[in-house]
Design a protein around this ligand. Structure first.
Ligand SMILES: [Zn+2]
Length: 233
């Protein structure tokens, strides 16, 4: 495992951000498929973009590569995976479908990475789990660290395996466990207290209060008292 990155306490200089809120968006967990297509031309690659673009009404789409090897990952919104068959059939009848796989894993991503390199295709950035480091186009949980005005300071993504491996009895405990297990060292954020606040959309939202005696973390309370320890980045 690579060394954990440790955040240092900065002064309040330009660029430092203070985290006072955390919002959490659990993501839908439907069936996943990956489609690799050999595009004969740039026009065909664009046409594939149109094909997958139209699907976004009923599935979540993540493009993995563009060019000669054009590849996409798709996640269904509901447990019925039959739409994935429909997509495979439609691609097979109109394009040179290289392969379709009913899951996303490091092996298929390795193949896509290699084929993109050998065909001069562009590998597009996708989220990686901030605990295990695996590429994950559809993270199980997204956590956004925000400043007092609600602006995102940093986003963290976690895969289903890592999220499932944590033992927590409450949502707050779950969030703190994820941040504690994160490869980035938040300096003892697991000892902070989360107070539920009004959420936006379907996500959960918390104010960060009374963090432990940790470097890099300072709550709104402590800021008001002029104390040390805000989560600065
Ligand atoms: Zn993970």
């Amino acid at each position: 495992m690579p060394p954990r990155k440790t955040d240092k306490v900065h002064g309040r200089g330009a660029g430092d951000k203070m985290v006072t809120q955390i919002s959490v968006d659990p993501q839908a967990a439907g069936a996943v498929a990956v489609y690799l297509v050999e595009a004969a031309s740039e026009e065909e690659s664009r046409s594939l973009g149109g094909f997958f673009g139209e699907l976004t009404a009923c599935v979540t789409v993540a493009q993995l590569s563009r060019g000669r090897l054009t590849s996409y990952a798709v996640q269904t919104h509901d447990p019925d995976p039959s739409v994935l068959d429909d997509i495979e059939r439609a691609l097979g009848s109109s394009y040179a479908l290289v392969t379709a796989q009913r899951s996303f894993d490091s092996v298929i991503y390795g193949i896509i990475t290699e084929l993109s390199s050998t065909t001069g295709s562009k590998l597009l950035p996708i989220p990686h789990c901030n605990i295990c480091g695996r590429p994950e186009p559809f993270p199980d949980t997204l956590i956004t660290l925000e400043d007092a005005s609600g602006r995102a300071v940093m986003s963290r993504s976690y895969c289903g395996r890592c999220a499932a491996g944590l033992v927590a009895r409450t949502n707050k405990g779950f969030i703190l466990s994820l941040l504690s297990a994160d490869r980035r060292n938040f300096g003892g954020i697991e000892r902070s207290e989360l107070v539920r606040s009004r959420g936006r959309g379907h996500g959960l939202r918390y104010n960060v209060r009374r963090p432990g005696p940790v470097s890099g973390v300072r709550t709104a309370n402590q800021v008001a008292r002029g104390g040390d320890g805000t989560l600065d980045f």
